[in-house]
Design a protein around this ligand. Structure first.
Ligand code: AMP
Ligand code: MG
Length: 420
């Protein structure tokens, strides 16, 4: 009887190699115009410059009196009042005169400085004010035109993420609309004969589909439009049908399950039929069978990106942050597709895996005395134990070596759920 070795035809590649393969395949999405107030979560597709200086006029930094430098202490004549808002006629201020002014109001003609109200006394006569400390320099307590942001200044570079402050900055600088990269649309389905939806009662041998809700929630948090294609049975025709549908509906397709070497794992086979599999195994723990492919939609002939995530929920979660998030960031125009990394000190010893680098779920906390991140493990790292992902805000990158990393060892950590 002849014996055939049961090994995977896919070479086991390193994580960095897998990432660079996927990112080099990813071409930028198209550009679109959005209102600045609706630009949150997009990436700028152009350098954006301030339309107007800020502040747009010389403005008082304090409630007080607008005067002309040099001004010595003494009783001064009040020529009027300037408050914030539209002012048609501002009272001109000559030497030795003053105009009452509120914070943020424009300086009246002739005035170049402000005496804070704390340096003044009431005289009992509404037409005069007693100044107890004179001006030190011209421009005292005044914000000059464009002193925060000058007209034409670069405020957001192409490839930068538009977050909360960037949205406000655009409006601050009079920029009404911006060119941004369109975000990719993502179709998601789970594969597995054992999977049932929450709300139904699982029979013996069945489990709830946790991966699809996990992936969809993570995508929603990133403001990514999703197409939910449900649960697909472990059957070649069903899996193929789901991919064919998804190719017409979204730029990226994310599946979970069915990428291992089981008799009912059809995802890789089908991907070979409909497109090109770039890798099918990655040297990492968890998530070794992580698969990446590209294919074309039949109708639009557009390039699609397919990620087959492993079925165990924690493998699915780790691979999502390791590969899918950088892929989406690249396709969204982000100049820095990788999630940020920091260095952290282990709070407990960790036994390393001699075969594969491990992406260990961890809670990073800041040590305020020593100014360093400390990493606390989330405990049992079984790839089916989703509890190891809750509370985690980072993945520790643990090298593959036959030893234990002692408490206090320094490791790299990938920060999760970061947008910028
Ligand atoms: P697979 O990668 O399809 O071989 O699945 C590996 C393990 O993950 C099995 O125990 C599955 O039951 C489980 N699994 C697969 N898909 C899901 C899912 N969507 N939700 C929860 N568990 C899953
Ligand atoms: Mg399965």
């Amino acid at each position: 009887m002849s014996q055939v070795p049961r090994s995977s035809p896919y070479p086991l590649i390193e994580v960095d190699n897998a990432l660079s393969i996927a990112l080099s395949e990813a071409a930028l999405c198209q550009v679109t115009q959005v209102l600045s107030k609706e630009a949150l979560g997009f990436v700028a597709a152009e350098h954006i410059y301030s339309k107007s200086p800020f502040p747009p006029f010389k403005a008082s930094l304090k409630d007080g009196y607008a005067v002309r430098h040099p001004l010595t202490p003494g009783i001064k004549q009040l020529v009027g009042t300037v408050t914030t808002g539209r002012s048609k006629e501002l009272p001109p201020v000559n030497c030795d005169q003053a105009a009452y002014i509120t914070t943020g109001a424009p300086l009246p003609p002739g005035a170049d400085s402000v005496i804070p109200v704390e340096w003044t006394l009431e005289t009992g006569d509404p037409g005069f004010v007693m100044i107890s400390r004179g001006t030190q320099v011209s421009g005292q307590e005044v914000r000059q035109i464009g002193s925060d942001i000058s007209q034409g200044e670069l405020i957001i570079s192409e490839g930068s993420y538009i977050g909360v402050t960037e949205c406000a900055l655009l409006i601050n600088c009079g920029v009404e609309t911006v060119q941004v990269y369109k975000r990719p649309k993502v179709a998601v389905f789970s594969t597995g004969n054992e999977l049932v939806e929450i709300g139904s009662s699982p029979l013996f041998g069945e489990v709830y589909d946790a991966n699809r809700p996990l992936i969809i929630a993570a995508l929603q948090r990133m403001n990514i439009e999703t197409v939910d294609l449900g649960i697909v049975k472990d059957d070649e025709a069903h899996v193929r049908g789901a991919f064919e549908r998804a190719l017409e509906l979204a730029d990226i397709i994310i599946t979970s399950g069915g990428v291992s070497m089981g008799s009912h794992d059809y995802v890789k086979n089908v991907l070979e039929q409909i497109g090109k599999v770039h890798f099918g195994r990655v040297r990492m723990k968890p998530g070794k069978p992580l698969t990446f492919a590209t294919a074309e939609s039949c109708k639009s002939r557009s390039k699609r990106f397919i990620v087959g995530l492993p079925g165990n929920p924690v493998s699915c979660y780790v691979c999502f942050y390791l590969l899918v998030v950088p892929l989406i960031r690249k396709l969204s125009g982000h100049s820095k597709p990788h999630l940020p990394r920091v260095q952290a000190e282990l709070l407990d010893p960790i036994r390393l895996d001699p075969e594969r680098p491990e992406y260990h779920r961890s809670i990073l906390q800041w040590d305020f005395e020593r100014h360093i991140y400390q990493a606390k493990s989330t405990g049992d790292q079984s790839s089916s134990r989703l509890l190891s992902a809750t509370k985690a805000n980072a993945l520790l990158i643990l090298p593959s070596e036959n030893k234990t990393l002692e408490k206090g060892a320094l490791v790299s950590a990938i920060l999760l759920e970061c947008d910028k």
